[in-house]
Design a protein around this ligand. Structure first.
Ligand code: HEC
Ligand code: HEC
Length: 286
């Protein structure tokens, strides 16, 4: 009894620290220019129907040190993983004896700006598809290779390599094809639904508390334009669905499977919320 009360008090205290007692700290007013040449859009006017006037990249909320790491591709530890992806691009695998390069040639040309337009409608599965799933589709249907399991094998480095071919390009997804609009609505619903013992929705943190400090974190808008992201905490690339699951787990809720309909819908909706921000993959975050 006493123990249960203590546990409950601890949960309430942590909910309170998340929602109430937090200090405000503005995002920085700075420009991100990678390697002194490539201008990155980290702040732009929000698309119509957006809850904010301006969409802001998570980069603006990170410490000076972390921001500097992303501004220099030599210092960005995520670039090593992108190079791994580059090697995988021309590695032959599967019964067809092909590599990605056998069909797609030089990724700098064939994959240029492709990542900025995902997720996309996939007519075959009648669902939205992201880069991870498109890679699996090519592996199974074109190469006679096995699909990568979530976060395993070459999934993160190859995804990062493909997205990196859109570095600097503004995110713009097409909601007009197929049933993308319906998935957008489903994602929006999830975004605003409170879950878990803490009874929090994405919007409670990334909209209501944006700009506040909770624990050691400066809350951003929770944008997805830098994924897969290099997280200093993990010292590795972190995939988008892993991040989603982590944020949901923090509310002490059951978390959905990677690439489930629920998380794909969330990816469609949250990607739209970052419309106009440059792709930053691999972004550096704490
Ligand atoms: C045998 C040829 C072949 C191989 C090998 C192949 N692909 Fe594909 N790829 C295709 C075709 C055809 C399409 C378009 C139809 C589709 O979506 O499946 C495509 C589409 C794509 C797209 C979407 C492009 C866009 O504009 O939306 C990506 C990304 C991609 N492939 C990545 C890869 C990667 C990564 C590999 C290696 C793991 C690979 N492909 C291997 C034939 C291939
Ligand atoms: C309890 C508060 C909380 C909730 C609820 C929450 N997040 Fe987060 N989220 C964080 C914190 C803290 C971070 C790390 C700092 C930051 O970028 O805001 C973060 C980071 C992120 C990032 C990475 C941003 C970047 O720039 O790399 C994404 C994406 C994200 N959250 C999406 C979501 C989504 C989608 C939901 C709802 C399913 C959600 N979050 C719910 C606290 C929360």
């Amino acid at each position: 009894m006493f123990r249960t009360n203590l546990v409950r008090a601890a949960i309430l205290a942590s909910a309170a620290s998340i929602c109430v007692s937090s200090a405000n700290a503005d995002p920085v007013d700075q420009e991100l220019v990678i390697d002194g040449t490539l201008k990155i859009v980290t702040k732009t006017a929000a698309p119509e129907g957006h809850p904010f006037d301006e969409v802001l990249s998570g980069w603006l909320f990170r410490t000076e040190e972390t921001r500097a790491m992303e501004a220099d591709s030599f210092d960005n530890p995520g670039m090593l993983r992108v190079e791994e992806g580059e090697a995988l691009w021309s590695t032959v695998e599967g019964t067809a004896g092909k590599s990605c390069a056998s069909c797609h040639g030089d990724a700098a040309e064939s994959m240029k700006d492709v990542g900025a337009a995902y997720p996309k409608w996939d007519e075959a599965s009648k669902k939205p598809i992201n880069i991870e799933l498109q890679i699996n589709k090519c592996r199974t249907e074109q190469m006679g290779a096995e699909a990568y399991e979530f976060d395993k094998g070459g999934q993160k480095p190859l995804t990062a390599y493909i997205k990196n071919q859109s570095l600097g390009t503004p995110v713009a997804i097409d909601l007009k094809t197929g049933e993308m609009q319906k998935w957008w609505e489903m994602g929006k619903e999830t975004y605003y639904t409170r879950t878990g013992q803490l009874n929090l929705s994405c919007s409670n943190c990334h909209e209501d508390q944006m700009g506040k400090n909770i624990r050691a974190d400066h809350l951003s808008q929770g944008q997805v334009n830098g994924f897969p992201t290099y997280r200093l905490k993990q010292a590795d690339l972190v995939s988008l669905h892993n991040r989603f699951r982590g944020c949901i787990r923090d509310t002490r809720a059951e978390f959905p499977k990677a690439f489930s309909d629920e998380l794909m819908a969330l990816e469609v909706y949250v990607t739209w919320r970052g419309t106009g921000l440059s792709v930053e993959t691999p972004a550096v975050r704490q």
